[in-house]
Design a protein around this ligand. Structure first.
Ligand code: ADP
Ligand code: MG
Length: 682
């Protein structure tokens, strides 16, 4: 009898070759298989008579093959199989492109179900490349089909067939991580039912019931895990730090800090003096001045005789921090060093020696700061900037270099409070909700693609005036494969360079470039050698190019609002008037409403709240910027009310049974979920 740990090769149709493909998707056992959830669904329930087919709408048609299919070779590489199918209302012309085998497996006089996008004009009805099944088969037609993320060599059909067998074999064996009491109190369905319906929903309501339960389960486990981490941290103790006078620091700044900056600094000082390791997140919109808050914290460490490290996710960001902070810190008598992977051996050796002896008090750099050969004399504080680019593992590696150092995390992603509580459940949060005075508004426009020529003209004008521009294009998704951003950016850049701006320097960056290459292009852009930088979202990172004044986003509807806000934050960083142009041909009302939010407010928190209201928190979880265990279903959808319910249920359970001795499956799943992040949060 198969069980949850049975190898997937048990499934009929899965041999060595496909097992290898599945392994790439993280599927080894039957449990892995049935826990691989669809990313979307295709509703193929609608049956239509041929004459009722609507142009450009998907539908199933049951029709009889009126004659044998014919094969036409149009040219090398293009073969058409054509078939005429009829029902009592009319005839349907079916064409298959390069599916020559169809000629022999469709037979005159048999009835088939065709599913596809209809073409209807006048009395003519047609479908190209429909899905075909024998009548009554109903594997791929006449139902709501799951759509799985795929990899090479694994097709939707392979997964669908495997899934059916996997579910049949062990759906009833699934142990439930939700304690029975919780499940009943919250009116959630059984786990077996949830698994069946998430893959093969009988209808929308059934799917909603299944999803609600799985989302709840995930949020519930996450909430318990975070509460326990926090509980453990609260028990840790360390020597309280002396509170230090920062008067000379404030006096050395060329501006006075905003109220929000001061509040964040006070929060940090209180943490440092509390006798417990700090674990604080400072959240502030782009340009809100987080760096100075970090600087104050660095100074507190030094004045307590400890070393401090400031870690940035890229060379160029680290460099910018160093250039910006070192003069200020040196002026206050702090010896500051810079460390990245790109340094020469001799330089590097000198820096390492200074850190080990304690002569260097502050280190600014990239993850070179945490490689094995770096030793600190007394590391007391670690600050990470733009933390969502850092894995939890990296944070914990740095933490391990000191004796329970204080941790400070800076994030430019505004997250609504409700969510921050969940996502950063184990962190204390400071919010910088005030921008330094005198910031200019970035004029934001939402326009259709027909404006492109005018936009290009505008770019030309700005660049002639000495400015620079970003053009963001979204990734190309190909046949359900992992999206390829390299192609999107490179091709678009090539087109712009050759056809639109032959007289300018256009370059591109994308996610598949080596960090070194990426930094090189970014540096050239920062130095003004490149006029237009085409990119996918890699420029989201907080690079500062004050001379860039235009941000153009293609297919803006494909981005989350918070992401768009991040992108917009790349401009408006200097003294020049800046613009953000969002291009989208999507006429969907909700999409229009979302983009309109962008044109109406420049406040990142408002944008985030609106995004949350319009789309639910799935997006926030989906962006994986929290460094916590990844969520599978909550990415799809979930509502705030459910989030609160899950937190409440978690708190109740821990109050009742803090050791989880009454629900071993809950404990087991938690261990699985948190295994990599357990020690990261102290
Ligand atoms: P971010 O929060 O995006 O990291 P930065 O720390 O890079 O923002 O600050 C953005 C810019 O604002 C910097 O040039 C910084 O010197 C400046 N700045 C920071 N705080 C203030 C302030 N209180 N008044 C005026 N300018 C400030
Ligand atoms: Mg910053």
């Amino acid at each position: 009898m198969p069980d949850l740990t049975t190898d997937v090769r048990y499934v009929k149709g899965i041999g060595e070759q496909r097992a290898k493909g599945l392994e790439k998707l993280g599927i080894r056992t039957l449990r892995d298989l049935i826990s691989y959830f669809p990313r979307a669904y295709d509703d193929r329930r609608a049956y239509k008579k041929i004459k009722d087919l609507v142009d450009r709408e998907n539908a199933c048609v049951e029709a009889l093959a009126a004659a044998a299919p014919t094969l036409n070779r149009i040219r090398k590489g293009l073969e058409l199989v054509k078939l005429r199918a009829v029902d009592e209302t009319g005839a349907l012309d079916v064409t298959f492109f390069n599916q020559t085998y169809r000629k022999d497996n469709l037979h005159a006089g048999e009835t088939y179900v065709f599913f596809g996008r209809a073409e209807a004009s006048g009395r003519k009805r047609a479908m190209a490349n429909p899905i075909v099944e024998r009548e009554g088969e109903r594997l791929q037609t006449g139902r709501i089909m799951p759509i799985y993320p795929l990899t090479a060599g694994i097709s939707q059909l392979t997964l669908v067939k495997a899934m059916q067998q996997g579910l049949a074999a062990c759906q009833q064996l699934l142990p439930d991580p939700l304690p029975d009491q919780v499940r009943r109190e919250r009116q959630l369905c059984h786990i077996g039912y949830a698994y069946e319906q998430i893959h093969f929903p009988a209808g929308e309501e059934e799917l909603a019931v299944a999803r609600r339960r799985l989302v709840f389960e995930e949020l519930f486990l996450l909430a318990i895990g975070l509460k326990r981490l926090r509980g453990r941290r609260d028990e840790l103790a360390c020597q309280p730090w002396r509170d230090t006078d920062l008067g000379d620091f404030y006096a050395a700044l060329p501006f006075s800090l905003t109220g929000a900056q001061r509040r964040a600094i006070d929060g940090i000082r209180a943490d440092l003096a509390s006798g417990r390791p700090m674990n604080r997140l400072v959240q502030g919109d782009v340009g809100s001045g987080k760096t100075m808050v970090a600087a104050a914290a660095l100074l507190c460490a030094v004045r307590n005789g400890r070393q401090a490290a400031l870690m940035a996710p890229t060379e160029i960001l680290a460099e910018q921090h160093y250039q910006g902070l070192a003069p200020l810190l040196e002026k206050l008598g702090v010896r500051t060093v810079f460390l990245t992977g790109a340094m020469r051996v001799r330089e590097r050796r000198a820096v390492l020696a200074a850190l080990e002896s304690g002569e260097a008090q502050v280190a600014i750099g990239t993850h070179a700061l945490i490689t094995a050969d770096v030793a600190y004399r007394s590391l007391g504080l670690v600050v990470t900037d733009e933390q969502h680019r850092f894995g939890v593992a990296q944070r914990s590696a740095l933490a391990a270099k000191g004796d329970r150092p204080h941790l400070l995390v800076m994030s430019a992603t505004p997250i609504p409070r409700t969510l921050a509580l969940m996502i950063y459940g184990d962190l204390d949060v400071s919010v910088i909700d005030e921008l330094p005075p005198g910031r200019q508004k970035i004029d934001t426009f939402s326009v259709p693609g027909s404006y492109r020529q005018r936009i290009y003209k505008f770019l030309d004008k700005e660049i002639a005036a000495g400015r620079q521009a970003y053009v963001i294009c979204s990734m190309v998704e190909e046949n359900d494969q992992i999206p390829d951003d390299r192609k999107a950016a490179a091709e678009y850049a090539k087109m712009l360079q050759e056809q639109v701006f032959p007289h300018l320097a256009v370059a591109c960056v994308h996610g598949r470039m080596k960090p070194r290459e990426k930094d090189k292009v970014m540096s050239a852009f920062a130095a003004g050698e490149i006029h237009i930088l085409v990119s996918t979202t890699v420029v989201e990172v907080g690079v500062d190019v004050p001379n860039a004044t235009v941000m153009v986003v293609e297919d803006a509807d494909r981005f989350g609002l918070s992401q768009l806000h991040q992108l917009r934050g790349r401009v408006g960083r200097g003294r020049h008037k800046s613009y953000c142009i969002l291009i989208s041909d999507n006429r969907n009302e909700e999409t229009r409403a979302r983009l309109k939010v962008m044109t109406q407010t420049g406040d990142g928190f408002k944008v985030a709240e609106e995004d949350l209201r319009l789309r639910g928190p799935g997006d926030f979880f989906g962006q994986r910027q929290h460094g916590l265990p990844s969520l599978k279903v909550a990415d799809l959808t979930c509502d705030i009310a459910l989030l609160h319910e899950a937190q409440q249920a978690a708190a109740d359970l821990l109050a009742r049974d803090p050791e989880l001795s009454g629900c071993p499956e809950t404990a087991r799943r938690l261990e699985e979920m948190f295994e990599s992040s357990a020690d990261a949060m102290n």
